[in-house]
Ligand binder design. Structure first.
Ligand SMILES: C[S@@+](CC[C@H](N)C(=O)[O-])C[C@H]1O[C@@H](n2cnc3c(N)ncnc32)[C@H](O)[C@@H]1O
Length: 413
């Protein structure tokens, strides 16, 4: 995987050891430093985690901390910097060996103990006061690592008492969604399926598969930045779904239902829902928020757009309602159903689409390209965008993509 793209289950089946020895596909992926580097280089992410801990020393000073999925050990080191007396850094992949090396080289050997194994299976000699982790995927839930975070709480977090503060960092994750209109994206997907419109491809009529090709394209979540001007409802109409990691259960994550009702602010074609998430660190002293909003500096989670294969024509002031339903699947992700309908029409105008969250379609991974194509009247939108991003946001990460407006899931690596 190059640049800041997150682990994609679409490629991992091929990566999985054919002997079946690795029951979870992330082990090989996260065992490579280049993938850990991608996450570390997301400075919004890494910097916000450090600030959340250092700005809340009361939650860490002399506390016992568990880091779930420590990777290189970066969050464990932040916890130690914030004053933790002991940190158990649990990592399932071979990255655990690198974490041990980094921790020792930075002089934290007496505080941080690396525990190699899955948090569901390892044992610790004591319960902990605080759990830190970065288990966040596209649309918050992709990769299903939140489940491990919750299991860690159930297994190891010390029951709250008068003297002992109990903390989960992050504390709450919130999925957010607004309707969008983006005819260029829609047109691009339609154009991609035109290949199947050929009735004489080496003497073969391909048109029988045209509908299937289109359906498959529209079943992919679109990962990338976009200009917020494509949003067609006001922020205060936003649909949200919050997961409180202090109380959530694994069962509650099995099916996530997000009803929505928007008053449309712009006469347009509604092409789907634009989604992102926030993670809040509810520290005893300070609230710190990691946001992946399109109005904030970009992160390696980008934003996610869920499409309607059949857009809805909407007038300003009309209401669109519906529901987003997400069900866990065996690909460490979610099967998503988006149902939307225009209210107040004599005949029901309704659109439904099925989306496989584990099969991303990467589009506009460069924020400046996303901003410029909205205002450009040229037909060459996006294709000439610079593939190396220094960041309109001032981040120092580099994303090197072959063709950044059109990288299919098959090339997510
Ligand atoms: C998103 S990365 C975060 C790494 C590091 N904490 C950071 O913030 O840079 C998640 C890490 O958790 C590990 N992991 C995922 N599920 C795990 C589990 N059930 N038990 C232990 N480690 C796990 C992965 O191997 C990966 O290194």
């Amino acid at each position: 995987m190059q640049g800041g793209k997150r682990y994609s289950t679409a490629v991992t089946e091929a990566e999985t050891d054919p002997s079946g020895r690795e029951s979870h596909p992330f082990l090989q992926y996260y065992g490579q430093l280049s993938h850990q580097q991608n996450m570390l280089q997301d400075l919004v992410r890494t910097g916000t985690y450090q600030r959340a801990m250092l700005d809340n020393p009361l939650d860490f000073k002399n506390k016992v901390v568990l880091d779930v999925g420590c990777g290189t050990g970066i969050l464990s080191i932040f916890a130690a910097q914030a004053g933790a007396k002991k940190v158990y850094a649990v990592e399932a992949s071979d990255m655990a060996d690198m974490a041990r090396k980094l921790v020792e080289a930075n002089g934290w050997r007496d505080v941080i103990e690396i525990v190699k194994g899955k948090v569901e299976e390892i044992e610790l000699p004591e319960d902990v006061d605080v759990i830190v982790s970065e288990p966040l995927g596209f649309l918050l839930v992709h990769e299903r690592m939140l489940e491990s975070y919750i299991v860690a709480r159930q297994r190891f977090l010390r029951p709250a008492s008068v003297n002992k503060r109990q903390q989960m960092f992050p504390t709450v994750g919130t999925i957010k969604a607004l309707p969008f209109s983006d005819w260029q994206l829609y047109h691009d997907l339609q154009a991609k399926s035109q290949f199947w419109h050929m009735n004489n491809f080496y003497g073969v009529d391909l048109t029988a598969l045209e509908g299937n090709a289109l359906a498959q394209l529209f079943s992919q979540p679109v990962i990338g930045y976009f200009d917020p001007s494509i949003l067609i409802a006001r922020d205060d109409e936003m649909a949200t779904h919050a997961i409180d990691f202090r109380t959530a259960t694994v069962e509650e994550l099995a099916v996530i239902t997000m009803p929505f009702r928007y008053r449309i602010s712009k006469t347009s074609l509604m092409h789907g829902l634009a989604c992102w998430f926030d993670a809040d660190f509810l520290g005893s002293q300070n609230l710190v928020t990691l946001t992946t909003s399109p109005r904030a500096p970009g992160t390696h989670w980008y934003q996610v757009r869920l499409l309607l294969a059949h857009p809805l024509a909407v007038n300003s002031g009309q209401f669109v309602s519906g529901v987003l339903t997400m069900r866990v699947n065996k690909k460490f992700s979610y099967d998503v159903v988006l149902e939307a309908q225009v209210e107040g029409t004599r005949e029901t105008i309704r659109s439904v689409n099925h989306i496989a969250l584990h099969d991303p379609y990467y589009h506009y991974l460069n924020p400046s390209a996303a901003a410029s194509y909205q205002t450009s009247s040229s037909s060459s939108w996006g294709h000439s965008a610079n593939a190396t991003w220094g960041g309109a946001t001032g981040q120092s990460q580099n994303h090197n993509y072959e063709e950044e407006d059109d990288v299919s899931s098959a090339s997510a690596e």
